[in-house]
Design a protein around this ligand. Structure first.
Ligand SMILES: Nc1ncnc2c1ncn2[C@@H]1O[C@H](COP(=O)(O)OP(=O)(O)O)[C@@H](O)[C@H]1O
Ligand SMILES: [Mg+2]
Length: 255
């Protein structure tokens, strides 16, 4: 049930994993004040797989996500998105890769205050010069319970509603890989479950790869696999697991 070594997952029929890293390290600061946030980490995230990343506070979860998403530069090691190394990639190419293949759901929603919820959701498509499928936008909004809030500005929405607008904005482009850091943090129980169901659905039915940081074993139980970080390394990997097993392993590592 619990193994210390990460598996090297490969996608369908020999395709490279959606995301992979090898020997990944990140050190912040210098000398005595330096912190090794990620300490030599190998992992692979297969296409269509939903992975939850857990671990005690300060174990490197957010840093790992930022590295994998190309938002932070590693101190050592390699990261590949769909088989292409992003370490040393030109800024312009990385920006395009992020725009075309990756979606982000972070704790700060970063909604544009002067745009309605509908306009915020459509923004990534408009920025990429695409045409917005309003039917699809409304279906997504309906699944997330914000269909009746679409014509409102962010400041007219609750924190949970703003979070769901940010989620819809991340999913509307159907990104190959979705990175989510504590996506249910600002949501009530029911809305949180709907969001987790949407992420699970995106993985199972649309083969989107989901990488989600959470501290909640109930949220992690929606994932196909749970990686538990301790001191910047993978201490445990659990597959096809449940709330009790996740909570027990978290207790074991003192989280
Ligand atoms: N920008 C930064 N500068 C210095 N130290 C950082 C920075 N970001 C994270 N850290 C440190 O790296 C370690 C891991 O942080 P983080 O990845 O945020 O952990 P988690 O998300 O698991 O709580 C912590 O000790 C944290 O203080
Ligand atoms: Mg964090």
């Amino acid at each position: 049930m619990t193994t210390a070594a990460p598996t090297t997952a490969t996608g369908p029929a020999g395709a490279p994993p959606a995301v992979a890293c090898r020997g990944l390290e990140k050190v912040f600061g210098q000398g005595d004040a330096s912190v090794q946030a990620v300490a030599g980490l190998d992992a692979a995230f297969a296409t269509g797989e939903f992975t939850a990343i857990m671990g005690p506070s300060g174990s490197g979860k957010s840093t790992l996500m930022h590295l994998l998403a190309g938002l932070e530069t590693p101190s050592a090691g390699d990261i590949a998105i769909e088989g292409r190394s992003i370490v040393g990639m030109r800024d312009r190419d990385l920006t395009l890769l992020r725009r075309d293949r990756l979606g982000f759901i972070f704790q700060s929603f970063n909604l544009v205050p002067t745009l309605t919820a509908r306009q915020n959701i459509a923004l990534p498509i408009r920025l990429a010069g695409g045409r917005v499928d309003e039917g699809e936008l409304e279906m997504l909004a309906s699944r997330l319970g914000i269909l009746d809030r679409l014509e409102h500005l962010p400041h007219e929405l609750s924190g949970g509603q703003q979070q769901r607008v940010a989620v819809a904005r991340a999913l509307i482009t159907r990104p190959a890989v979705v990175f989510a850091d504590e996506p249910t943090g600002a949501l009530d129980l029911r809305t949180g479950r709907e969001l987790l169901g949407s992420l699970q659905n995106a993985a199972r039915q649309r083969q989107q790869t989901i990488i989600m940081v959470t501290h909640d074993p109930a949220a992690a139980a929606y994932a196909d696999r749970v990686l538990i970080l301790v001191d910047g390394r993978i201490a445990h990997e659990l597959r096809d697991t449940d709330y009790e097993a996740i909570a027990a392993t978290m207790a074991e590592v003192g989280a």
